[in-house]
Design a protein. Structure first.
Length: 227
């Protein structure tokens, strides 16, 4: 019977509802560069994927322009945006259930690792995780597939067992979580309480869909063939 020993979690839209701080930071960066954006719903698309890619995709910026926007974004985010955030109801209890089942939990997020550690510590979630893997601040590691690959590269250092991606499962709310997992030979559960739609996640090829936080242990068990 299949058993997922390691569960990798996205952060924004999967563990915490970080949209307010991210959207406010995007608005700040746009305004600083002469772009007045009032459609906050449009900016929900910035929650999850790498920021530089989103500035290019939604505002037609060059790579160089997008990296400048990310720098401006971080002025607001590092000052107060990171606290404009809250933990989804039921997350600590769900993580407790998974740990009680003997699973090892990891964070794999496109958010910079420094910010990720600060947020998880602030909300007292850091103690649930074996590893917090995030993006680099520069152009190095920022796509979800790169972050997952980095996270997986740390696992052999923590165990004596042969490395086996069949024991790993990704959990996230956007198509880039599903795509990044696939690039590394992992299946991905898509959660509906975050920022991605069922259509987005199913079209990306999510192995299963989780409607609510409390449902995740049962969804994982179903994938393992235990229910």
């Amino acid at each position: 019977m299949k058993h997922y020993e390691y569960i990798l979690f996205d952060l924004d839209g999967t563990l915490t509802e970080s949209g307010t701080g991210i959207i406010n930071s995007v608005i700040y960066a746009l305004k600083k560069n002469g772009i007045m954006e009032t459609d906050r719903e449009k900016l929900r698309a910035f929650v999850g994927p790498p920021l530089s890619e989103s500035f290019q995709k939604f505002y037609g910026m060059t790579k160089e322009e997008s990296l400048h926007m990310v720098d401006d974004y971080r002025e607001y985010y590092h000052d107060r945006g990171w606290k404009e955030n809250f933990v989804y109801e039921g997350i600590p209890q769900m993580l407790e259930v998974l740990r009680a089942q003997g699973r090892k939990l990891i964070v794999a997020t496109s958010k910079p690792e420094e910010s990720s550690n600060k947020i998880l510590s602030y909300f007292q979630l850091d103690g649930y995780f074996e590893l917090i893997a995030g993006a680099t601040m520069g152009e190095g590691r920022n796509k979800k597939g790169e972050v997952i690959a980095y996270a997986l590269s740390q696992i052999p250092e923590k165990e004596q067992k042969p490395f086996d991606t069949a024991r790993m499962l990704m959990v996230g709310d956007r198509s880039n979580d599903v795509d990044g997992a696939r690039e590394n030979g992992l299946s991905c559960v898509g959660v509906l309480y975050g920022y991605g739609s069922r259509k987005e996640l199913e079209e990306a090829g999510a192995a299963a869909i989780c409607p609510e936080v409390k449902d995740l242990p049962d969804v994982i068990a179903a994938l393992e063939g235990r229910v």
